[in-house]
Design a protein around this ligand. Structure first.
Ligand code: ATP
Ligand code: ZN
Length: 296
């Protein structure tokens, strides 16, 4: 192999909807990249890893081939790849909660959509032919899937196919092309993937360290540290309200018998409404602090 077996190789999208959040995630995990935007690779200054900037469609292949041990890619691209290559040597190690979008089936605005059976014998243009073919099979419908690599929304106007199946977040592009979304075919988010091919012990250890940091970043994203005071009678109700706090620490307050300080890590978002509920349940002196780093 050409690449250094003791360093990690991480494939991320060079330019596109995944690039910024991928770079950000690596940065939050403490990785400092050396090169600028236009390089094809970047050495990480403070961690034994190299970053490869590639087209998103190539990321599953690189990881499954073991050229890169890790990659960040859209679930939709990974799923299409999986359906095309049997059992590739790649596993999802963390859903990232970013780049959420839906692969939707769209029909001409004027058409009478009566459910998937309206597709029988029709043509559907898409960049994800295998995901669409599987969905059609699940629906028990036979239709012709036409693969397009881009500009799928133009297919009806170009008379390539009356129906399309494309990634949608707002639906504005569909509308602008005289189409309406009629069915959800696949819901996607960005995922961190890892090769299941054998790798060197050094790379494996670095991979575990990286994964643990990334999991730390993901759990602290919405996490907050809450401190509050309460009387013993109020404690059961209060601990029930604390969002996603598993085992709060309860400390007696000096000089105030029957009163306690509650400290808790809340894994879910803490809203003003949450604080109002806590206050209503008898909490006082409520403090909500951001958590910078966490390792489980
Ligand atoms: P490349 O040049 O790397 O091949 P691309 O044009 O194929 O890029 P992008 O448009 O950058 O891909 O989208 C990358 C991924 O971002 C998609 O595969 C999908 O997972 C996600 N994505 C696509 N559209 C949206 C959207 N509207 N909102 C959120 N996420 C999206
Ligand atoms: Zn692509």
């Amino acid at each position: 192999m050409l690449v250094d077996a003791d360093r990690l190789h991480i494939a991320i999208q060079k330019n596109g909807r995944l690039s910024d959040t991928s770079r950000e995630l690596l940065k939050d995990a403490g990785l400092r990249l050396q090169n600028g935007r236009n390089a094809l690779t970047a050495r990480v200054e403070n961690f034994p890893a190299d970053i490869m900037f590639v087209r998103d469609d190539d990321i599953p292949t690189f990881v499954a081939d073991g050229v890169c041990e890790f990659g960040i890619v859209g679930g939709n691209v990974l799923e299409e790849f999986r359906l095309s290559s049997g059992e590739p040597a790649v596993e999802v190690v963390a859903p990232l909660g970013t780049a959420r979008c839906s692969l939707k089936l769209a029909a001409p605005e004027a058409s009478a959509w009566e459910g998937p059976q309206s597709l029988e014998g029709q043509r559907i243009a898409t960049s994800y032919p295998r995901i669409v073919a599987r969905w059609l099979e699940e629906q028990g419908v036979t239709a012709t899937v036409v693969k397009m690599n881009g500009a799928v929304e133009l297919a009806p106007r170009l008379r390539i196919a009356p129906f399309i199946c494309d990634l949608v977040s707002t639906g504005a592009t569909l509308e602008a092309n005289g189409l309406k979304a009629v069915a959800d075919v696949y819901d996607s988010e960005a995922v961190l993937i890892r090769t299941t091919r054998p790798i060197s012990d050094a790379a494996r250890a670095q991979g575990e360290a990286l994964l643990s940091r990334i999991q730390g970043v993901l759990t602290t994203k919405d996490a907050k540290y809450i401190l509050l005071n309460a009387s013993s009678e109020a404690l059961p109700a209060i601990t029930r309200i604390l969002p996603g706090a598993e085992a709060p620490t309860i400390i007696p307050l000096h000089g105030r018998p029957g009163h306690f300080a509650v400290h808790a890590v809340c894994q879910e978002s803490v809203f003003w409404e949450t604080l109002e509920q806590l206050k209503g349940a008898g909490a006082s002196a409520i403090l909500v602090l951001p958590i910078e780093k966490m390792m489980m």
